[in-house]
Design a protein around this ligand. Structure first.
Ligand code: NAP
Length: 527
């Protein structure tokens, strides 16, 4: 499929006049054709105007229309075929099997949100019928539903060029909520972005939706991304990336005359806690699984296990030996971009130079350009306690094992951690009592707590939380993965004493949408 390098603004496809960007081969750093035109501030203004004009129509589309739209996008992404996978492999350096799996996840997410829209529970319809006879005062008729927040800006992630980019989880959940979306493409995969963007643009046409339902912009600098956040017609944003990038956008969002939420997923080191019985009985097996998780996808997962706490002793020595041996046998892997690889190697060097940190192992030497070597470090509880730099995320296959003298100290160190996406406990039955002691501290700072596993591998479902207190995300009350992600882009509206003719369908007396509704506080299932 021929790429144009064009911006997609509503129904238009135009070459941006504000400089150009090129994708580069992740493995060689060589530029890949074609050039992509950066959007001007006029392009940004047009996309925002169209999105705003589309909002009232799009948010009132019925469940079948909106669900069919999401399913059409999914099908059109599948229909792009191998061109999508090949372009994405070149731009990201990720292997075919990973990207085929990621495409499956992307279309699966879109179809899941189609089901969510048809089901209608996300509307959260509530009815408190009027009680004209109530004494001493009659009660008014109150009805509540959730509506979309407004146009949403989405910043595609470098590490999920399909599942968290143009048609990824943020876009799918915002569209499901009834919000038009403007995507600021990640500069690392513009070709992948155009292919997916065109699939969405065509789906808008096929489903006869307002053209401003979707736009895709390329940014040759930072003005367009920042301009999106500042534009008064944008009402929320989804972002996955660095802490610096997320914080910059959050600060712009709160400085607006009308501040807006930025759902930023930023940094997490995902602590792994090894409990004494599990370590004694299965230490080497856990070490093998730990290293497999650590090096998966060159460690470029937000759920990468970057920190391990375990009680010091011969069992921990054996664990470190086994993990170090596995790391030493790990091939270097191509990273997403030359810049990310540079940032990784610098961070590894910084960690190795910290006081009381020893390098337990490095992976095999690179065999080609822009490959990252995995790294394993060991330190003491005392050194970890006194050095906040050891809590900083290293984006890549690097982890730090902390020897703790007792489980009490482990608990104290957990209490010192920042917010996390995941925490993993490795326990046998004899460890349950100790694990129970840690749970309240973990719950306070973690989105997902798991047992005898690792956080890499994020199931897309209804009970998933991929979120957590700051800095893992900007707002720990939300998730960016799973059906609950739709709630980031909704807000409740209450209607008092509206005549039937003015009520939205979700709240009409005869329940034409067949929704489950809470009537006078009691859940009434649709029959
Ligand atoms: P990034 O630099 O934060 O960029 C993410 C997106 O935000 C890109 O579209 C970028 O634009 C834009 N952006 C960043 N800073 C901005 C600013 N000040 N103003 C306006 N737009 C801004 O993240 P990245 O490129 O994906 O990777 C770099 C680092 O992010 C990694 O080394 C890693 O530390 C971290 N990361 C973390 C996660 C996670 O899930 N925790 C995931 C991916 C990356 P451009 O495309 O123009 O750069």
């Amino acid at each position: 499929m021929q790429l144009s390098g064009n911006l997609l603004i509503g129904r238009q496809s135009v070459f941006g006049g504000n400089g150009t960007i090129h994708a580069v081969h992740a493995s060689t750093g060589a530029a890949i054709e074609p050039a992509f035109g950066g959007a001007t501030l006029d392009d940004l203004d047009r996309a925002c105007a169209l999105a705003w004009a589309a909002f009232d129509t799009y948010r009132e589309t019925g469940p079948d229309v909106r669900a069919r739209f999401l399913e059409t996008i999914a099908q059109k992404i599948v229909d792009i075929g191998d061109d999508l996978i090949e372009r994405c492999m070149a731009e990201s350096g990720l292997p075919r099997t990973r990207l085929e799996g990621e495409r499956g996840r992307t279309v699966g997410q879109l179809r899941m949100f189609a089901d969510v829209v048809r089901d209608g529970d996300y509307i959260g319809a509530r009815v408190d019928p009027a009680q004209p006879e109530r004494k001493p005062l009659p009660r008014v008729d109150l009805r509540l539903r959730h509506i979309g927040l407004g146009p949403v800006a989405v910043f595609g992630a470098s590490n999920f060029p399909l599942a968290f980019s143009v048609a990824g989880g943020d876009t799918a959940s915002a569209l499901a909520a009834g919000c038009p979306v403007i995507v600021k493409a990640h500069s690392a995969h513009p070709g992948t972005s155009e292919l997916v963007g065109r699939a969405i643009q065509q789906a808008v046409v096929d489903c006869a939706l307002p053209e401003g339902t979707f736009s895709l912009l390329f940014d040759s600098g930072r003005d367009v991304g920042q301009g999106l956040i500042k534009d008064h017609r944008i009402k929320a944003a989804g972002f996955t990336g660095s802490r610096g990038g997320g914080m910059a956008l959050m600060q712009l969002a709160v400085a607006r005359p009308e501040p807006i939420p930025v759902y930023a997923e930023m940094s997490s080191i995902n602590p792994v806690l090894l409990f004494p019985h599990a370590l004694k009985n299965r230490g080497e097996t856990i070490a093998g699984a730990f290293v497999s998780s650590l090096v998966l996808g060159a460690g470029q997962f937000c759920t990468n296990p970057g920190l391990v706490f375990a009680v010091d002793g011969p069992e921990l020595d054996a664990f470190i030996r086994a993990a170090a041996a596995a790391v030493e046998n790990t091939a270097a892997q191509t990273m997403l971009t030359p810049g990310i690889r540079r940032a990784y190697e610098n961070a590894v060097e910084r960690t190795g130079a910290q006081e009381a940190v020893t390098t337990a192992a490095r992976g095999l030497d690179p065999t080609a350009g822009h490959q990252g070597r995995s790294a394993l470090f060991v330190t003491s509880a005392e050194a970890f306690r006194g050095n906040p730099a050891l809590q900083e995320e290293t984006f890549g296959a690097s982890s730090l094992i902390v020897r703790v003298p007792t489980l009490d100290v482990m608990l104290e160190l957990i209490e010192s951690l920042e917010g996390q996406l995941t925490s993993a406990l490795h326990i046998d039955e004899a460890d349950y009592a100790d694990a129970r002691r840690m749970l309240p501290a973990l719950e306070r700072r973690t989105g997902r707590i798991l047992v005898n596993g690792f956080g890499t591998g994020v199931e897309v479902g209804h009970a998933m939380v991929h979120g957590g207190p700051y800095p893992s995300t900007a707002d720990g009350r939300s998730t960016s993965v799973g059906s609950l992600a739709i709630h980031r882009f909704l807000r409740p509206v209450s209607y008092q004493d509206l005549p039937e003719a003015l009520l939205p369908d979700a709240l009409k007396r005869d329940n034409p949408l067949g929704l489950n509704r809470r009537i006078d506080g009691k859940l009434r299932l649709a029959t």
